[in-house]
Design a protein around this ligand. Structure first.
Ligand code: BGC
Length: 726
């Protein structure tokens, strides 16, 4: 049986930021960091909203709302808060089956002990709602004041983002309204409370907080329960966010806490029914995988028709809340297999943001669609030209992620076509879907360079997945993905022509000529034949000529622990040390095109040269290891992905930029390794097959997957796998 709860007993103030990520709850509309109710901005609490961004200075990031979870206790007129008042005992827990965060804290007071327990959830049934339950017990007649309300002192990485903040009360409710600075989007947070025992209640405004003060006297040993509802709306949800937020909390209060909680849990039961992964013989892995899936579920934008998932989920403003290739290449499969409707929403976002991609390509003088490296609403690229701050000078450092990481458009095409292949739903390939694919292919065609003395095309001046080497030529991964895009676009154009569905603006024959020509003549580096690199594919032109220093040597050259390894002067830039799986990512996607010895040689060559400086890296090594029949080698890399958030310890800094948060791409990679790697789930000629290859630690597995609208149950025992339609 899976233990669906993680716990942290004791209190260490310095762990607040990392626990905020690990104990995150969310419902796709908002994420609530796993911080204590009494925490103020310096401890990084956040109610982080999906898909709403604001600019402050040169930086655009998602907004954190006024914190409607804010609360603390006063006993006999003295305040009891962490970290100021050290507790007798304290702990937090996360029930990740149901997305419920809990805390318990006992303080010793002059007259006896007082215990506060709370629980909170971001409702899956009604995404604008947060439910919180407080319980207070004392072993004496304590004079208690529960203070709870909305804190407008918001934690921002680059704020403030809200203006015209107004705090007001209405009979039993508190209300904060504000609007974003840049787009003037109105936001509203309302709250109301209900106490099941006689209390005296007051509303007050104190500094930037609007609060309910709830007074009562405890009888020894008796429990006093107070429920609280927080309603959150923005101008993107409705015309009058304040009215909706107030109405929501009033209705929910009338219906009672248990009814909201029941509805919320029912939604989670339904999600797990289709997605829980049972792993026999390895409870550690089972917990890590399902905990990873919990995070993916908590940030899935089910409430919309078109939105994607930021690289750090809804854990805050890190990475500007932007969408990267992480969605298509790492997270998508989980949704395709367990929740295809959400997969559609994710891909629809790319189709709907085509306009931004067309503009970006035009800006750089290319044709077609160059998708945002860090996509925000409308496909706006939030990546700045100076995305890293130099630790030595404090100056912004020129980086080329935005202008040179051209493989992003191929990821979009890959995602859309994988969606169509896996679900059988061709509706995304309507006019706009076809256009998206054609424009991405046009982009790559316009990137191709033809030397007067060579009979092949090249793609120069790019960054591949390994970001430590900038502005390189013929990155194998990029070229293969461009070729894939050109080939697939040609197929899509052919089909659209046959069906009479090619948008009128296109000359189908000319597109076909170009795409086929581009795909055919695009240079792909081949497995090397020289003795020192036998069968290894060179990551880009000249990579083998770079200094072949070990990872330890390169690390020892750092002058500062937060120094950036890439860029012009980075310690890795002139060596063969790479940030993350690059050639290995390519070979994992196209493994059927190479002999096993080539796959092996590349895994063995690149792994020791990989810093794994991105949480995306380990999963690709795990999956390729499975494909060469080495599940035991895959296992530690798999566990690293699956533990990325459970264990934490990932990189928190890129230069001076804070990049801490959750790692949904690693979670997605852990899922793919389990299901597709160990489980051997794949398509062979359009047929779903299961050819398991389990690591030593795992005896069997059981899970469900959707394929083409049908749900299947997969059971694996040792080397035997069965797939049964449900
Ligand atoms: C990685 C990218 C990734 C991004 C967001 C970077 O550190 O190098 O590949 O897309 O983080 O997760």
């Amino acid at each position: 049986m899976l233990n669906w709860t993680i716990r942290e007993e004791g209190y260490e103030e310095q762990n607040a930021p990392s626990l905020g990520n690990r104990y995150l709850i969310g419902n796709g509309y908002m994420g609530i960091r796993g911080t204590l109710e009494e925490y103020e901005a310096d401890k990084l609490p956040a109610v982080n909203l999906a898909g709403i961004y604001d600019r402050a200075g040169g930086w655009r990031e998602p907004i954190n709302l006024p914190n409607g979870c804010f609360s603390y206790l006063r006993v006999d007129a003295e305040i009891y808060k962490l970290p100021e008042k050290q507790p007798v005992s304290h702990g937090i827990e996360l029930d990740y089956r149901y997305g419920i965060f809990r805390r318990h804290t006992t303080w010793h007071t002059a007259r006896g002990n007082v215990t506060l327990t709370t629980e909170r959830f971001a409702s899956m049934a009604k995404v604008n709602l947060i439910g919180i339950r407080f319980r207070v017990t004392a072993d004496f007649h304590a004079d208690v004041e529960l203070v709870t309300g909305i804190d407008c002192d918001v934690w921002d990485l680059n704020g403030p983002h809200l203006e015209e903040v107004s705090m007001g009360g209405q009979e039993e409710e508190l209300l904060v309204t504000a609007r974003t600075q840049e787009q003037k989007i109105p936001v509203a947070v309302a709250e109301t409370v209900f106490a099941s025992y006689p209390v005296e209640m007051k509303q007050v405004v104190k500094g930037n907080k609007i609060l309910h003060r709830i007074f009562f006297i405890t009888k020894p040993g008796e429990q006093y329960t107070t429920d609280k509802w927080v309603g959150v709306y923005t101008g993107k949800d409705c015309d009058n966010p304040a009215k909706e937020a107030l109405e929501l909390v009033r209705i929910k209060k009338e219906n009672g806490y248990d009814s909201s909680l029941r509805a919320h849990k029912k939604c989670w039961d339904e999600l797990w029914k289709h997605s829980e992964v049972i792993i026999k013989g390895d409870s550690n892995a089972m917990q890590a995988v399902n905990y990873s899936l919990y995070h993916l579920h908590s940030i899935a934008p089910r409430h919309t028709e078109s939105l994607s998932i930021p690289a750090r989920g809804l854990s805050g403003q890190t990475y500007k809340g932007a969408v990267f290739w992480d969605t298509e290449m790492f997270m998508l499969d989980f949704f395709l297999m367990t929740d295809p409707a959400t997969a559609r929403i994710l891909m629809k976002y790319r189709i709907d943001t085509l306009e931004g991609a067309l503009q970006k390509a035009a800006h750089y003088g290319y044709e077609g669609a160059f998708y945002a490296w860090e996509s925000q609403e409308g496909g706006y690229d939030a990546c700045t030209d100076y995305n890293v701050t130099d630790v030595f000078t404090g100056r912004p450092q020129r980086t080329y992620f935005k202008d040179k990481q051209v493989h992003i458009s191929a990821a979009v095409v890959y995602g859309i076509l994988r969606y169509v292949e896996w679900t059988g739903d061709e509706s995304l390939l309507d006019t706009k879907g076809v256009k998206t694919i054609v424009e991405c292919a046009k982009f790559y065609y316009s990137l191709l360079l033809h030397s007067l003395t060579k009979d092949y095309y090249e793609i120069r001046d790019v960054i591949g997945p390994d970001e430590y080497h900038e502005r390189i030529n013929n990155n194998g991964y990029t070229n293969r993905m461009a070729k894939f895009t050109l080939e697939k676009a040609a197929e899509v154009v052919k089909k659209a022509m046959a069906d009479g569905k090619l948008p009128a603006e296109y000359d189908g024959e000319e597109l076909l000529r170009r795409f086929q020509d581009g795909a055919e003549k695009l240079f792909l580096p081949k497995p090397s034949e020289d003795a020192a690199h036998r069968n290894v594919i060179e990551q880009f032109d000249g990579y083998f000529d770079m200094e072949d220093a070990t990872l330890e040597e390169v690390r020892s050259r750092l002058l500062h622990e937060k120094e950036y390894w890439g860029g012009a002067y980075g310690v890795a830039s002139h060596t063969q040390i790479i940030k993350q799986a690059d050639v290995v990512t390519w070979l994992n996607l196209f493994s059927q095109e190479y002999d096993e010895e080539v796959l092996r040689a590349n895994w063995a060559y690149y792994e020791p040269r990989t810093e794994h400086g991105s949480s995306l890296s380990a999963g690709m090594y795990a999956m390729l290891a499975c494909k060469i029949g080495e599940p035991d080698r895959a296992y530690p890399f798999f566990l690293k992905s699956a533990m990325a958030d459970l264990k934490g310890g990932g990189k928190e800094w890129a230069g001076l930029v804070y990049i801490g948060g959750t790692h949904p791409a690693a979670a997605g990679a852990a899922y793919m390794t389990v299901v597709e790697g160990f489980g051997g789930i794949r398509l062979e000629n359009g047929k779903l097959v299961c050819k398991p290859s389990l690591p030593r630690e795992i005896q069997g597995m059981q899970f469900r997957i959707f394929y083409r609208g049908q749900e299947y149950e997969v059971k694996i025992e040792g080397t035997k796998g069965t797939v049964t339609a449900l």
